[in-house]
Design a protein around this ligand. Structure first.
Ligand SMILES: [Zn+2]
Length: 264
């Protein structure tokens, strides 16, 4: 039976849904020498890597579309994460919407989700656009930043990378999905791991939850914020996980209406 209770589950992609970084995985599989070069460059003082730019560089021009697709189909994707996602989309007493907010790109994410058979579980994917739209080079992946170098800067003060402020994107999504009577989602669950997930997590409310992967940037950011005590900006509940099976266990609870006070 349909419920009036609505929840939104937001997923970061790399290291949160996929058990790997999709950009780096591409290099691991198809261009290991370049992978090493990028690592060395990232260690140079003052260098900020924009992977969106690197992936689209001439360095991978020789890589054919089929090779990229095959590499993405091999990316580690834990079966427990897949089961958890499917569980949330099963008809339950809650109306659950799944949304991806990622700094990867549309081509990688769509290829991976289609291969896993779960693309249809997600209503919206907000990430960097990527396609093979260059008519003169039909096998060249054309990858653009979500916020390009010529666009108005997003002006984030929390520390998002210049190509995307995930907090701003989350707020835009929520504004666009506000009901006619101005009601919002009853609960937002945010699954993330990286330091760039911190900005959207700061925008979550008291009734919302972040499922934070341990030992990565987001955990450190949350610990620093909590250490501020009374002036901490963090309002939501924080739950930690290390393996995808733990996320699946949490989703078993959050898929039930009783977790939002709905009597079945
Ligand atoms: Zn931001």
């Amino acid at each position: 039976m349909a419920s009036s209770k609505k929840q939104l589950v937001v997923f970061d992609f790399d290291w949160s849904m996929a058990d790997q970084d999709s950009d780096r995985w591409l290099f691991e599989v198809l261009a290991p020498d370049l992978r090493r070069k990028m690592r060395d460059r990232s260690r140079e003082p003052g260098k900020t890597l924009q992977w969106t730019d690197i992936v689209s560089l001439k360095n991978i021009l020789h890589i054919h579309r089929h090779d990229i697709e095959n590499a993405m189909r091999q990316i580690p994707f834990h079966p427990a994460m897949k089961r958890g996602i499917q569980l949330l989309k099963n008809p339950t007493s809650l109306d659950t919407t799944l949304f991806i907010l990622s700094n990867a790109n549309t081509f990688f994410i769509n290829t991976i989700l289609q291969h896993q058979g779960i693309r249809d579980c997600f209503e919206t994917i907000i990430t960097n656009p990527a396609d093979f739209s260059d008519p003169e080079k039909p096998n060249r992946l054309v990858l653009r930043r979500r916020v390009g170098p010529d666009d108005l800067p997003h002006g984030c003060q929390v520390g998002c990378e210049e190509n995307m402020c995930k907090g701003q994107e989350l707020t835009r999504y929520l504004d666009a999905h506000r009901q006619p009577d101005n009601t919002e989602f009853d609960r937002i669950i945010y699954v993330g791991d990286g330091s760039n997930d911190f900005c959207p997590v700061l925008r979550l409310r008291r009734q919302d939850v972040v499922l934070c992967r341990r030992f990565r940037g987001l955990e450190r950011k949350i610990a620093d914020e909590r250490a501020k005590g009374d002036v901490s900006r963090l309002q939501c509940t924080v739950e930690y996980w290390s393996g995808a099976w733990e996320v699946e266990e949490k989703f078993k609870v959050y898929a039930q209406g009783s977790s939002l006070g709905v009597v079945n």
